[in-house]
Write a protein that binds this ligand. Structure first.
Ligand SMILES: Cc1cc2nc3c(=O)[nH]c(=O)nc-3n(C[C@H](O)[C@H](O)[C@H](O)COP(=O)(O)OP(=O)(O)OC[C@H]3O[C@@H](n4cnc5c(N)ncnc54)[C@H](O)[C@@H]3O)c2cc1C
Length: 391
């Protein structure tokens, strides 16, 4: 009993994508989200070509692609405004066959939820794994309705996953990356002339145009863990006030109580496997990474599609789990490593080190566009597997 249904713990982007992918494969699924509502608004998300292709397979790609705002000048600048390396949205799309779609997180959540049958997602519904199950026994999850058996449990409960803690009590868990971040969505009236990132000493800022004239602006800076300013608004002006336009102007537009501040944590060591019994760990629960490559959610989306693609409705839902680990562990570990390397470059603080870094970026920026973009091929060129029933 219960062996043909799946339970997803966590209604973030990973859990919702997993639910949609399982639903597309004909697996009855319920998502339990402990929060009263899905995700705070107020932040954007870059959906890279790899994630967009996966979302296309699930039928929600076109809705999100339609929100992508092409821009003629995208790249990395020095705080003075000088371009270090520069390309355009059109060049990215021509090279990878797909854009990087910058969207509001709320739009991703809405697209996923709208594609799921009504009642699939239950908010205000904390869930705890009771037993991971085995070949002969279902997994069991406790919810406010009591204990539920399942043939498959998807643990998409984020970086502080209690499911991971229960399954792998020896794992050291998350560690602080050294960076804190600020995020806001503002409406400046029109899109800025230059978008992308600005890299300084131990800090960066990013400007991303969204649909409807909105702009997502973010910052990341080295800071002691847990540090908070009396006014984050004032802190942002202190950190970025003398940086090139439009960074300080956009931060100034953010409503003070709508600026999200979060410390960045990452999993300190890769897991040995992404499955245990009938449980699949997915997204940040499996491989939380620094945000510098903009791939955390993209990898969660890949996880979800791969997991569902390995299932056949007529066989045991848990049988493909070793293949899920084999497919996802090397790929996500490589992306985690690449994100950490970029974080190390942003963390440079001395004038000599940042000069060297900026010179290397400037030289890379002199490369022909194809050579510059080819550096992202390993991440962006991923092709999604087909789901059964697809042509
Ligand atoms: C500053 C910043 C910028 C980023 N930018 C990007 C970007 O541009 N592109 C990108 O791809 N990624 C980006 N990321 C990474 C991305 O946000 C995460 O990787 C992604 O959101 C992880 O999704 P998830 O579903 O795995 O986990 P989460 O979003 O953490 O969702 C986990 C959910 O599980 C719920 N939950 C936890 N425990 C329980 C329980 N016991 N019962 C029920 N529910 C539970 C939580 O409430 C939560 O809703 C960024 C991250 C940061 C910090």
């Amino acid at each position: 009993m219960g062996l043909h249904q799946a339970i997803v713990i966590g209604g973030g982007i990973g859990g919702l994508t997993a639910a949609l992918a399982l639903h597309r494969q004909g697996v009855p699924v319920t998502v339990h989200e402990r929060a009263a509502s899905l995700e705070p608004v107020g932040a954007g998300l870059a959906l890279a070509p790899n994630a967009l292709r996966a979302l296309d397979r699930l039928g929600v790609g076109p809705r999100l692609r339609a929100l992508a705002t092409p821009h003629p000048a995208v790249g990395v600048r020095h705080p003075s405004g000088r371009w270090l390396a520069r390309t355009s949205s059109a060049a990215v799309e021509a090279y990878f066959g797909d854009p990087i779609a910058a969207v509001a997180r709320a739009d991703v959540i809405a697209a996923l939820v709208d594609a799921l049958p009504e009642g699939t997602v239950r908010t205000d519904s904390p869930a705890t794994l009771v037993t991971p199950g085995s070949t002969d026994e279902p997994a069991v999850v406790r919810t406010t309705d009591g204990e539920q058996p399942a043939g498959l449990v998807v643990a998409a409960d984020g970086i502080r996953s209690t499911t991971r803690g229960l399954l792998l009590p020896q794992h050291p868990g998350p560690r602080y990356s050294g960076f804190t971040t600020w995020r806001a969505i503002v409406t400046p009236g029109r899109h800025p002339a230059a978008v992308g990132e600005v890299w300084g000493r131990g800090r960066l800022a990013g400007v991303v145009p969204l649909a409807d004239g909105r702009v997502y602006v973010y910052g990341a800076a080295l800071a002691p863990v847990g540090a908070r300013a009396a006014s984050e608004h004032a802190e942002l002006q202190q950190l970025y006030g003398d940086w090139c336009a439009p960074v300080p102007q956009l931060f100034a537009l953010a409503e003070p109580d709508r600026v999200l501040r979060n410390d960045v944590w990452e999993l300190s060591a890769p897991l040995r496997a992404y499955h245990h019994g009938r449980v699949a760990l997915l997204g940040d629960a499996a491989h939380a990474m620094c945000p510098f490559l903009g791939q955390g959610a993209c990898q969660a989306i890949e996880d979800a599609l791969v997991l569902a693609s390995l299932l056949t409705p007529s066989t045991d839902l848990a049988s493909p789990l070793p293949a899920y680990t084999a497919a996802r562990l090397p790929r996500t570990t490589a992306v985690v490593t690449a994100s950490r390397r970029i974080g190390a470059l942003v963390a440079l603080r001395t004038p000599a080190a940042t000069l060297l870094r900026d010179t290397a970026l400037t030289l890379a920026g002199l490369l022909p566009t194809r050579a510059l973009l080819s550096r992202s091929t390993a991440t962006y060129d991923w092709q999604p597997p087909a789901l059964s029933g697809e042509v």
